[in-house]
Structures are given as C-alpha cells and as structure tokens.
Design a protein around this ligand. Structure first.
Ligand code: AMP
Length: 396
C-alpha cells in the first residue's frame, strides 16, 4: 500500500513525498483513516514505527477538512515537543496551518506572541500549557482534537493533576488520540475519564523491535567503567546513548568519558533548556557521538543512526527499559542494547580496591577480611549454647 492509495489530500501526499515517506507504516495505515472518521483511538505500536506521522497526517486532514477547529498535542518532555512540532510543520507545509510549540525552560513572552498570531496545532508540555491557559493566552475550549503522545506516561500519576485540569477545559465535542509503545489496561482505565469508547489498534506484541539485539554484562561497580570503555571502543563508529539513573551521575559519567578521550556529553533535566537542546543538536550534527542521559531521553526521541544503547544503571521498570532501548533499531535499522547488571564485589575485590598497592604476589596471604570471616563463624554458638571453638578444642 502507498500513501497515494489512502484517502488523503494531494497536498498532504506531496508533503509526505518531500519528506521521503512513500509507503505508510502499519500504524499509519490503520490509524490515519480512523482519525479522519473522527474516532477516538488508542494505538500501541513499537518504538520508532512512525506514530508521529500517524497522528500528524490524521490531524492535518481533519483541520484542512474543517471537521475540527484546532488540535492539541501533549508530550512528556520538552525535547519531544520540539521534535513533534518540527515533524508536524513538515506535514502541514502546503497548508496555511500554524503549528506552535510551547514548553518550559524558556521565557514565556515569545511564546505568548506566537500564540497571539494564532495556533491551529499546539504542541505542548502540560505544565507550560496550563501556565498559558491561566494567563488567558490559550483558550483550551477551542481545541477539539487532543493527542497524547507517549500516552501511558501522560496518564501516569506524575501528570495526573495537570492532565485533569487540561481536559476539564477542552471542548466537550472532542476526539482523543492516545499513542505509545506501551499501553495496558491501567492506562485504558485512566483514559476512560477523558474519552468515550475508543477504537483500539494494537500492532504486534508489546516488545522491542526485532532489529534490537540485547546483551547483558555482569560487572561490579568497580569494573563497570572499564567495561563501558571497551564497549564504546568496540562500537566507536556508532552513536550511543548511555542511560543513568540520576542527573548527577549522568554529568559525572560524561565528564569521566571526556577525560578518557570520548566525545560524550550529558543530557539531564537540571540543565538549562538551551543547554539541553544544544547537546541534542551536537548529537544530531555528529559533533558528539555519545550521549549520557537520564530518562528524559528515554521517550520518543528520534536520533538517526543510534547503534548502541547502554543501560549503565538498569531502568526502574520494564516499560522504561523498552522505551530506552527503543532509541535504537528505528524503522528497521539494526541496533544493540547492553544492560549492566551490578554484581556485588567479593571481600577480596573490595580489599584490592581499598589497597591498590598491596603486594598480591605474597604467597599464602589471606586478606584480613577472610580472617575476620573465620573468626565470626568460630564464635557463633551451637544449639546447646556452646561456642564452636570450645567444641573443636583438641583433647589433651
Ligand atoms: P516516529 O516513530 O514517529 O518517531 O518515527 C520514526 C522515524 O521514522 C522518523 O525518522 C520518521 O521520520 C520516520 N518515518 C515515519 N513514517 C515514515 C514513513 N511512512 N516512511 C518512511 N519513514 C517514516
């Protein structure tokens, strides 16, 4: 099937061809007609399978066909908001539709001026959107299509209050579209507060694309860094994203990699928004190859040719793992994801770490920790309350 065989306007088709999209992906083929029909849709499809253009084309067709006035697209991170609005601008290039992105981290004033000129498609993070709604710079009742990109994240507890406040103000005659690689019953339950019966589209299993090969490396805390260096050296021509669990550690690891000659930079939520975008630009332009990031980069971001994902710290749950590894293996390209599992150090390894200069060649040496271990066992009491040392005393 080609896009030209679908019921979409010639100008939309022309824009898609300019983007290099000739054939719809499976999720696009299924979801676009449903959006055009005005249905509520919940779509689950693997990471990197073209969900943005699926709702982008559907929404464009409805706005151009005047079956909806304005569309609101909500995304969980600022970077994703920017990426989605860029793609929507390309899809709508042949029409006089205005797409505006609003998100935190920057002064609100330029966004207010853009909004004054009118926004047919507004792409936003929830917090900044509410800020605009409260100032009266956005009238949410004018929006009758709402898209939740990375829907499960938008409906989890972290965004719940903001989502309730937004949805309370949206037009009653609304169409709601939910898309993610991870949608389950709980999400459908949460979504039922905002929408009538949805049409559910599920493509494939809830799993990572087949193109992603996964490996596990067991290592102690001490060994991890040298194993990471080796891994990066073995994949040195590829872009890599390394995930850590904390913002501070993302910075530290990026610095440590830089000191070891790797072109790495950190991306985490405590950086200014301008710095966050600068790092992503550097990665897109190939000025750096390694991104050390927190989960702010786990959702939705599309970076060409990421060949390696490293979970330096394991993800907090399976879904986050799936989204992280989904930054590679996009649209059929190959990728590898490596997860470090931390193995606890043995006492001997800990001793070696604390005493790097110790003469290990000394035969018969037992580290003090071993002696301590023996002593503890030796002093433990047996059932009858006698110490084992006493029981073991040789008879004279
Ligand atoms: P997404 O899952 O929306 O982030 O899209 C993943 C990648 O696939 C992006 O680089 C899109 O530009 C690209 N893409 C989306 N739809 C198509 C299509 N029909 N044909 C070719 N590439 C596409």
């Amino acid at each position: 099937m080609k896009f030209k065989d679908m019921e979409i306007r010639p100008d939309t088709l022309a824009a898609l061809l300019e983007m290099g999209y000739e054939e719809p992906t499976e999720v696009q083929e299924k979801v676009i007609p449903l959006i055009i029909e005005g249905r509520n849709v919940v779509a689950r499809s693997k990471t990197g399978t073209g969900k943005t253009a699926a709702f982008g084309v559907g929404v464009t067709e409805r706005l151009v066909g005047n079956t909806a006035r304005k569309a609101l697209i909500l995304a969980p991170t600022r970077e994703l908001t920017l990426q989605v609005s860029d793609e929507i601008k390309k899809i709508t290039v042949k029409y006089p539709l205005k797409t505006v992105a609003v998100y935190g981290g920057y002064s609100i004033n330029p966004q207010i001026s853009s909004l004054r000129k009118g926004a047919d498609i507004l792409v936003a993070t929830p917090g900044r959107l509410l800020d605009h709604a409260e100032r009266g710079t956005v009238d949410l009742s004018e929006f009758d299509i709402v898209v939740l990109d990375e829907a499960d994240r938008m409906l989890d507890m972290g965004f719940r209050d903001e989502m309730d406040r937004i949805m309370d103000q949206i037009s009653r005659e609304r169409t709601v579209l939910l898309l993610s690689a991870t949608v389950d019953e709980a999400i459908l339950g949460a979504a039922s507060r905002y929408m009538g019966e949805p049409h559910i589209v599920e493509i494939g299993e809830k799993e990572k694309p087949e193109e992603i090969r996964e490996e596990i490396i067991e290592a102690t805390k001490l060994e991890k860094f040298s194993k990471l260096k080796q891994l990066l050296k073995n994949n040195k021509n590829q872009r890599a994203i390394i995930f850590t669990s904390t913002k501070i550690f993302a910075n530290r690891l990026a610095e440590r990699l830089q000191k070891n000659g790797f072109d790495a930079d950190a991306l985490q939520g405590d950086m200014s928004q301008a710095a966050r975008e600068k790092v992503l630009r550097k990665l897109h332009q190939g000025r750096i190859h390694i991104l050390v990031a927190t989960d702010v980069a786990a959702r939705g971001l599309h970076i060409e040719d990421v060949g390696l994902i490293v979970n330096y710290d394991q993800a907090r749950d399976d879904d986050t793992h799936l989204h992280r590894v989904g930054r590679t293996g996009r649209m059929g390209s190959e990728g590898m994801a490596v997860t470090f599992i931390e193995r606890r150090e043995t006492r001997e390894e800990r001793f070696r770490e604390d005493h790097p200069d110790f003469a290990w060649m000394n035969p018969g040496y037992r580290p003090p920790s071993h002696r301590k271990e023996r002593k503890t066992t030796g002093n433990s009491r047996n059932k009858r309350g006698k110490s084992r040392d006493k029981r073991r005393k040789p008879k004279r």
